[in-house]
Design a protein around this ligand. Structure first.
Ligand code: MHO
Length: 209
């Protein structure tokens, strides 16, 4: 965004962070995504010893284009919040579901959204915790944009950016979601169309989608 427009930051935990990062990266207005550890007390957690932290994603967004409410919608629709210890093969408190909040307005919106979710889920308990955000510890580089890094074609298409640029890039955040096929179908299709267009023109560097 143009300089001077302050970005806002939100952090969520919703299972394996490779997937969490991909889910949020898809949306216009999400400027940067970073995976990391939050929600616990252990100092300087690492992937193999994250202590009581949960795998989390930090979402930096432009509040003129997307808001906390919309991010909450994405959060609830992207995982099963009734699973205490994550889902599928990913089991353990590192995969628990948490909405991190910054201030009373976000806490209020988070609480309302949780109640709504609980009403929908008649029998099972929604296990999502709502916590004031403490320290967010960014994870090791190999976990950043993990889904995109598994796709050499897409990496090449955006010009094989060095690690630091890949971590900062909005385009990389979006393509990371696209690579995992975790964007909403309309967004997947838009990106497909852009990529086809670029390929047809024989101009192999994609600058935006
Ligand atoms: N089952 C996943 C967990 C990764 S996620 C970053 C795996 O392939 O190791 O926890």
């Amino acid at each position: 965004p143009p300089s001077g427009q302050p970005l806002k930051t939100a952090v969520f935990a919703l299972g394996c962070f490779w997937r969490s990062e991909a889910v949020f990266g898809c949306f216009n207005g999400v400027v940067r995504t970073t995976v990391g550890y939050a929600g616990g007390s252990k100092l300087n957690p690492e992937y193999r010893s994250l202590g009581d932290h949960a795998e989390s994603v930090q979402v930096e967004y432009d509040p003129r284009l997307i808001n906390f409410r919309k991010l909450l919608e994405v959060f609830w629709s992207s995982h099963d919040s009734r699973q205490v210890f994550g889902q599928g093969p990913d089991v353990g408190i590192q995969y628990r579901s948490i909405i991190f909040t910054n201030g009373t307005e976000e806490s209020r919106l988070a609480a309302i959204s949780k109640e709504r979710e609980q009403t929908k889920s008649k029998i099972s308990l929604v296990t999502t915790q709502i916590q004031q955000l403490g320290t967010f510890y960014p994870a090791e580089p190999e976990h950043q944009k993990f889904e995109l890094k598994r796709n050499p074609f897409l990496l090449q298409l955006i010009g094989n950016l060095p690690e630091e640029e890949l971590e900062r890039s909005s385009l990389a955040a979006k393509l990371n979601g696209y690579a995992a096929v975790l964007c909403p179908p309309t967004i997947q299709k838009q990106i497909d169309a852009k990529i086809n267009d670029i390929m047809r023109k024989g101009w192999p560097i994609l600058r935006e989608v």
